[in-house]
Design a protein around this ligand. Structure first.
Ligand code: MG
Length: 665
């Protein structure tokens, strides 16, 4: 480790005395003192010399070489970004980086108030307890050798333990106790000890341990407190795993880490096994055979790949790869290929469900790690090296039928046209009621970005925003009376993903009395025709929504056309035709690609009043044009052209006729 000159270190050491910690003797009962290397610890403890035993234990950990952590193999190679340096320095003043969406960070007081909740967004309070700045303090310490970071980290670590007791009482029974302190502690435990947050700390404290263990502030007494606290974390998760979803995955991977990194704990093997068992089980529950993760959220899909890969990296570093069968790695490879397929040429993903955008550099960093795990996969290599090595997939369009993601693609790199349609089963918590929606990328621009999610959960004000972005009506799909769809379970009726007339037919019983059938045609690898049918007895206004990219748009409400007027050579010309009189209505439009960041954008709906049981139909042409060129489009509605089993429609664009036809078998 790179330290400052010794006289500076000594000066700081003297100027900032180390606060004595109490030795926690409970640690010795938690450890397997028969483990190799702990002989002296055992001997001292048996002789009643716990202080000496703790010293021996610290010496053991400072010199231990048989356990490896993949990301940190050499402390002299630790680096810190300017942002992380800022988090570390702010933390010295108790200004804690909790959440990217709440910047600048809040100050938690000289006497730290771990229950301070300045904005009633649950995420802000949960994520405070992830202690993200602790890692940055560790990096700052390694890079500078300045003991102030170690001293403050030890102080905050202990302060957190003191002020955040784990109190388990049923919130329903709060009224049974008059003890306000217990009530407060129980309420606080919901945030501080939520298993997900606990697992964050479980994982990150390995890193912190490595960064600080050589510091004089990491005393034998502190080590005993650290290990007892760490054990409490792992045991809490072991008995309180989240029931399902990405939380469970995170917790399992981190339990595997805990059991692998601290094998000296008596329960370490149980922690490892629980993590391994859950990961091996959940990879088949949470991942569809096509490689899509069941939240149906590209961002959580990405996070799940990371979780599964991290476990593999830890296993590899410590000779435990045999714990994960070939099937496990095969599934991860499918997940990576799924992700590559649903990305646009600039490495961004659609913001379906609660997804956000990770920048190209971040995705490439991930891909490099994945490519190291799958060195034979030339496609992953291609994207990991930004095209310098490996090769592109031989195919273009691709369907992921179990997950309900469909990709129309004419190229992997710009100039490219890529439409991603989401029309699958009911996803988990992060999934939105958006079936049939799509994003469309043409020549370097996303012309129909999803509304995104903006925010997760909290008080009424926070929830109002969350609910706005979740609405079906703010997606590129069809609603009845602008209401959210009540069923999310699309069926794929047809997929043909090659040739000059590619087709997707998907159907969702969106409302009790109204079924939405959407047929998407990708024609000549250039433009799209979308046929929407609202079928059923429901009466009322049917609405077909389109959410466009930011920037001006020319709207003709008589001809029902829209033309984007962005910077850039390519524009979108859209025209909608109805089986019944159409009313074009402008709507409120926003989209969000990062937490608590949103941009206004144009949005429209084409309304048709449905007055009887006959289906209502729309034909929408989405046609890329160069500046100042407008296609002349016509199409006639002939109800005989439609049936339950198919359709047969002609449209004419300029002078060319296109016959859009399919039969279901
Ligand atoms: Mg959405």
């Amino acid at each position: 480790m790179k330290f400052l000159p010794i006289w500076i270190g000594l000066f700081m050491f003297c100027a900032s005395p180390i606060h004595a910690q109490e030795l926690n003797p409970n640690v010795f009962a938690l450890l397997n003192l028969d483990a190799p290397g702990l002989e002296q610890v055992k001997e001292s403890h048996r002789a009643g010399k716990d202080r000496e035993a703790a010293e021996n234990l610290l010496e053991y950990y400072r010199n231990r070489t048989h356990v490896h952590f993949p990301d940190i193999s050499d402390l002299t190679q630790v680096t810190i970004s300017s942002k992380e340096q800022q988090w570390a320095d702010d933390a010295l003043e108790h200004t804690f980086f909790s959440h990217e969406g709440y910047q600048p960070s809040f100050n938690y007081g000289k006497d730290i108030d771990w229950r301070y909740w300045p904005v009633r967004d649950n995420e802000l309070r949960w994520q405070l307890h992830r202690h993200k700045w602790f890692g940055a303090m560790g990096q700052a310490y390694c890079v500078s050798g300045d003991e102030k970071y170690a001293k403050e980290w030890v102080f905050q670590y202990m302060d957190w333990i003191k002020k955040n007791p784990l109190v388990k009482i049923d919130p329903e029974k709060y009224e049974l106790t008059d003890d306000m302190k217990i009530k407060d502690d129980a309420e606080n435990s919901r945030f501080a000890w939520r298993p997900l947050e606990t697992s964050h700390r479980l994982q990150d404290q390995i890193r912190q341990f490595l960064y600080f263990v050589h510091s004089p502030h990491f005393t034998p007494e502190f080590l005993t407190e650290f290990l007892v606290n760490y054990h409490k974390h792992a045991e809490h998760i072991l008995h309180n795993y989240s029931k399902q979803g990405n939380h469970l995955l995170f917790e399992a991977q981190r339990m595997f880490f805990a059991g692998t990194f601290f094998p000296e704990f008596k329960e370490a093997a149980d922690w490892r096994k629980s993590g391994i068992d859950i990961l091996n089980r959940e990879i088949d529950i949470q991942v569809y055979p096509d490689g899509g993760q069941f939240e149906l959220d590209p961002h959580y899909h990405l996070a799940s790949i990371e979780i599964f890969c991290k476990a593999l990296e830890m296993a590899d570093a410590n000779g435990l790869r045999n714990e994960f069968p070939q099937h496990y790695t095969d599934m991860i490879e499918k997940m990576i290929m799924f992700y590559i397929n649903i990305c646009f040429p600039d490495y961004t993903n659609p913001c379906f469900s609660d997804a956000k955008i990770t920048g190209k550099n971040g995705i490439i960093r991930n891909l490099r790690k994945w490519s190291a795990i799958f060195p034979d996969n030339q496609y992953i290599k291609y994207f990991a090296t930004d095209g310098k090595k490996g090769k592109l997939p031989e195919y273009l369009s691709q369907a992921f039928k179990e997950s309900g993601f469909f990709v129309f693609r004419n190229a992997w790199q710009d100039p490219a046209t890529v439409m991603i349609v989401k029309a699958g089963p009911e996803g988990e918590w992060h999934c939105q009621p958006d079936n049939g929606t799509f994003e469309l990328w043409i020549n370097g621009k996303n012309f129909f970005p999803d509304s995104g999610s903006y925010i997760y959960g909290g008080d009424d004000e926070v929830m109002a925003w969350r609910n706005w972005f979740r609405q079906t009506r703010v997606h590129n799909t069809l609603t009845l009376g602008n209401e959210n769809i009540t069923t999310t379970d699309s069926k794929t009726l047809l997929w043909e993903g090659t040739g000059d007339l590619q087709k997707l037919v998907t159907e969702n019983q969106s409302y009790e009395n109204l079924k939405h059938r959407r047929s998407v045609f990708f024609i000549e690898n250039k433009f799209f025709v979308i046929v929407d049918e609202a079928i059923g007895n429901a009466l009322g206004d049917v609405n077909l929504h389109f959410e466009l990219c930011e920037g001006p748009v020319k709207i003709d409400s008589v001809r029902h056309t829209l033309t984007t007027e962005n910077d850039g050579n390519t524009q979108i010309f859209m025209q909608c035709f109805g089986s019944h009189p159409l009313h074009l209505r402008q709507e409120e439009g926003w989209y969000s690609t990062a937490y608590r960041k949103k941009e206004e954008r144009p949005a429209v709906a084409f309304d048709i009043e449905k007055t009887n049981a006959a289906p209502v139909r729309y034909i929408t042409v989405i046609y890329p044009v160069q500046e100042n060129s407008t296609p002349k489009i016509s199409c006639k509605f002939n109800s005989a052209a439609f049936s339950d089993q198919g359709m047969d429609v002609d449209i004419k664009i300029d002078k060319k006729r296109y016959r859009l036809r399919y039969e279901l078998h």
